[in-house]
Design a protein around this ligand. Structure first.
Ligand code: IMP
Length: 195
């Protein structure tokens, strides 16, 4: 029987793990951080999404020796010069409070007519001696008020281009079919197929 190669996804977020395992299927045995007994608070101190994804993947590869990939996501708003970007989780402070983050974003955009924005997920992959970066983007705009109950984070104020609903008004499967994370994972799978 062929043993699947193992690869670590540097997360303990069960939702992300499940999503990735479904997409990667039987090509790799995807391990979480707790599967490899890593309970460290991995630093995310870089000033870019790429930098943070690389920091996390390199930490696991160097300390634990596993092939590994890690992600980082940000909401980039054009009229705010790309903010909150890499600071999306802690835009309103270190508490990672989604409600406060959304309120601050809407306050900072009061009266702003250019509301274009994008979610961007970066994945850093360390496989053998190779380091590869891929990303996935969904373009859209920031609404003037929150709408919808589903999802998390900034979903109630982000409306993907070409649609009339915010991410929070979509079902999980509608969002996951077009999301930045889905697109980044597809780019990762394409890359894995060529390595
Ligand atoms: P992470 O890198 O996946 O932890 O994402 C960083 C932050 O970006 C999260 O804490 C959320 O505030 C925001 N974020 C990431 N993905 C999404 C999404 O799909 N919808 C809404 N907000 C998101």
């Amino acid at each position: 029987m062929n043993k699947l190669p193992s690869i670590v996804f540097a997360t303990n977020n069960e939702h992300k793990l499940h999503e990735i395992r479904m997409m990667i299927g039987d090509r790799y045995n995807v391990l979480s951080l707790s599967d490899i007994n890593c309970h460290d608070d991995i630093p995310e101190t870089a000033s870019t999404l790429e930098g943070n994804a690389l920091l996390k993947a390199r930490y696991v590869k160097h300390k634990y020796g596993f092939d590994c990939f890690a992600d980082d996501t940000g909401l980039e708003v054009d009229s705010l010069g790309g903010a909150p970007g890499v600071y999306s989780a802690r835009y309103a402070g270190p508490g990672h409070d989604s409600e406060a983050n959304m309120r601050l974003l809407l306050d900072n955009m009061k009266g702003v007519t250019d509301r274009s924005a994008r979610f961007r997920t970066v994945i850093a992959l360390l496989l053998g001696d190779k380091e590869v970066i891929v990303d996935g983007v969904v373009n859209g705009e920031i609404t003037t008020d929150p709408s919808g109950q589903n999802g998390f984070g900034y979903d109630p104020v982000f409306r993907p281009a070409g649609g009339s609903e915010t991410f929070a008004e979509m079902t999980d499967s509608e969002k996951n079919a077009i999301s930045h994370r889905r697109r980044a994972v597809e780019a990762l799978l394409n890359k894995l197929a060529t390595l």
